[in-house]
Design a protein around this ligand. Structure first.
Ligand SMILES: [Zn+2]
Length: 165
């Protein structure tokens, strides 16, 4: 499986891939470009765990108005394809890792938050598969693909009970 660890302590998905197409038009996206997960943000702030192994490729903000806010990116390979995971909206400065570090499933990447374009604290995960846009494996730009089949495979294998809002 691509996913080998659940990224937060809660099993509530608060926003699905492809949701709210009208809202995402302004970002030139066909809809919500990932999955949102519930996090705890008051008194205790949820750790964010790596879902896969791989190498941390980026930590921080790409620019001052980065919609992903404080983010951790991990590059990994699965079944001969290259993937990049984006863990977005983390608490600013909360990662104790650095780019180039190796991650394992369950490695703590930082703490949940609401940085960037986030209405309330949550974890957003996007998955990119190298050349997916060029090869028309997705209708999304920037190689963004639907993460749901990968998470559903993990949910089935682990027998998790997940609430999809
Ligand atoms: Zn999101």
């Amino acid at each position: 499986m691509l996913i080998n660890y659940w990224p937060v302590q809660f099993t509530t998905i608060t926003n699905r891939f492809g949701a709210s197409p009208a809202y995402y038009k302004q970002f030139k996206l066909p809809g919500h470009e990932g999955l949102d997960f519930r996090v705890q943000y008051h008194s205790f702030v949820s750790p964010i765990y790596a879902c896969t192994d791989g190498v941390i490729s980026f930590i921080g903000y790409r620019n001052a108005n980065d919609p992903y806010g404080y983010q951790v990116r991990i590059k990994t390979e699965y079944a001969g394809r290259a993937y990049e995971f984006v863990y977005a909206h983390l608490t600013n400065g909360s990662s104790e890792r650095k780019a180039g570090d190796t991650a394992r499933p369950g490695t703590v990447l930082g703490r949940g938050g609401a940085t960037g374009n986030a209405r309330g604290a949550h974890l957003h995960i996007s998955i990119k598969r190298n050349e997916a846009t060029r090869d028309k494996e997705t209708t999304y730009p920037y190689d963004l693909i639907d993460p749901e089949p990968f998470f559903k495979e993990y949910i089935r294998a682990m027998g998790l009970e997940v609430e999809w809002k």
